[in-house]
Design a protein around this ligand. Structure first.
Ligand code: GLU
Length: 441
């Protein structure tokens, strides 16, 4: 059987780092096993799902390099879900209930006040056909609950080890709402069976769902897949991430100039006992994924850690990876500046420093003037800066910061930057002389 995993977002918002962590783990495991990765749009909630969000999800995944082999959208598959619902009704596993939300809330309160768990009491199962008919005549529409078998549902979770859920402590889940719309539980199982999903990797907020879904799989004649429930991602201080947490959406991180591999490299390792490493492609993450190294504690996402890993990745990128992204960039400039960058977009400012025009900063007029007179003749290379500053040092007696800083400021307009031995030959004799003379060049 082909190993097949799926990422199943609802297109009701932009993807954030929490969703992407789930997508990434599914993707990496599928690739590691030589299997397939499916993108499934869970868009049964017609009112909240939009095409824009769906397109955005696809764009984000492509940008991250998480390419899918199969695609499905649930809104095109209602017939299959209704057929499954009918078969569950026929086998007595799906039953109609007529309680209003207020009545259910009252039941809950009474149970809680008696110290009982707030589990649905299955009162609707006692309705006679005549009572149901009377309710329907009154204009009441049912919602439909899946009748759980009370047992301990046990599975061997790839992250959590053996998990056991006592379904007697869980309310029979509603699969179909009063207006006929479907909750996520049933369509997801129908699709997982239909598409031969072998592994379901998702957040631990789904553990209770899983117990019910295991029974739905069996009730529909399917075999439950292997499950892995990873701990959730939280903010730096432990606060939950929500889909609406815009600042951590993949869109915004992309607009902010971060590298897709920085996001992948961090999210693949966050919450595991493996170190976060600045990989520039997905291969080592595919090879290294190991569920036994995933921790049970929430994984904390820190934007500063993302910025740091981004810088380490940028420092390694070859010219070809960035040449299209920065106007006027040459291999020599990239070689000189990449070690100084936090983001690729910072390169633009360094291209301008090399090619001009910039406003030189001359704080020490006489000294800079004297240094200019000692500039070696062309051609210049990486040895020129050393030879020149040695001559300036001998002529002026200056050393260290006093020697180097005024020259850097006059040549680049800045106090800090890439190594001057690389920058000077790129700036070249004409611009260097002009800048040392105080001209905008
Ligand atoms: N659409 C569901 C969600 O976003 C998918 C959960 C699952 O992976 O089964 O929570």
């Amino acid at each position: 059987m082909t190993t097949r995993l799926r990422f199943a977002p609802s297109p009701t918002g932009n993807l954030h780092v929490g969703n992407i962590r789930t997508a990434l783990i599914n993707y990496l495991f599928a690739r590691q096993q030589g299997g397939e990765f499916m993108l499934r749009m869970d868009d049964t909630d017609i009112a909240r799902s939009t095409d824009e969000y769906a397109t955005g999800i696809e764009e984000d995944l492509r940008w991250l390099g998480l390419h899918w082999d199969l695609f499905a959208k649930q809104s095109a598959r209602f017939d299959a879900y209704h057929a499954a619902a009918e078969s569950l009704k026929a086998s007595g596993r799906l039953y109609p209930c007529y309680e209003t939300p207020e009545e259910l809330e009252l039941k809950r309160k009474v149970q809680l006040s008696r110290g009982l768990p707030p589990v649905y009491d299955r009162e609707a199962l006692n309705l006679t056909d005549a009572e149901r008919a009377a309710l329907e005549t009154d204009g009441k529409r049912p919602h439909w609950r899946f009748k759980l078998t009370h047992e301990h549902v046990v599975w061997d979770d790839l992250v959590r080890g053996e998990v056991s859920v006592d379904t007697a402590s869980v309310s029979d889940p509603i699969l179909i709402r009063e207006d006929g719309s479907l909750l996520y539980t049933l369509p997801s199982v129908v699709d997982d069976i239909e598409f031969g999903i072998t592994h379901v990797v998702r957040g631990e907020d789904h553990v209770t769902n899983t117990a019910a879904q295991v029974q739905v799989f069996r009730a529909l004649g399917g075999t439950p897949p292997t499950f892995a429930h990873h701990a959730l991602l939280t903010g730096k201080g432990g606060e939950g991430l929500s889909k609406r947490l815009g600042s951590l959406s993949i869109r915004d991180l992309r607009a902010d100039g971060l590298e897709p591999m920085a996001i992948n490299a961090l999210l693949a390792r966050l919450g595991t006992s493996d170190p976060v490493e600045p990989f520039i492609d997905l291969e080592p993450l595919i090879g290294g994924l190991d569920f036994s190294r995933f921790g049970r504690a929430a994984a904390k996402f820190d934007p500063d850690e993302l910025a740091a890993i981004n810088a380490k990745i940028v420092h390694q990128l070859p010219f070809e990876a960035v040449s299209e992204r920065v106007a006027g960039l040459t291999p020599d400039i990239w070689q000189a500046v990449r070690g100084n960058l936090e983001k690729v977009s910072d390169t633009n400012a360094w291209v301008t420093v090399v090619t001009g025009p910039i406003e030189p900063v001359r704080e020490d007029f006489d000294f800079v003037e004297q240094a200019a007179s000692l500039l070696p003749d062309a051609p210049w290379d990486e040895a020129t800066w050393g030879a020149w500053t040695k001559a300036v040092k001998e002529a002026t007696g200056r050393k260290g910061r006093e020697l180097f800083l005024p020259l850097r400021q006059a040549l680049t307009g800045l106090e800090h930057g890439p190594e001057m031995k690389l920058m000077l030959p790129l700036i070249g004799p004409d611009r260097a002389r002009a800048r040392l003379a105080g001209e905008v060049a």
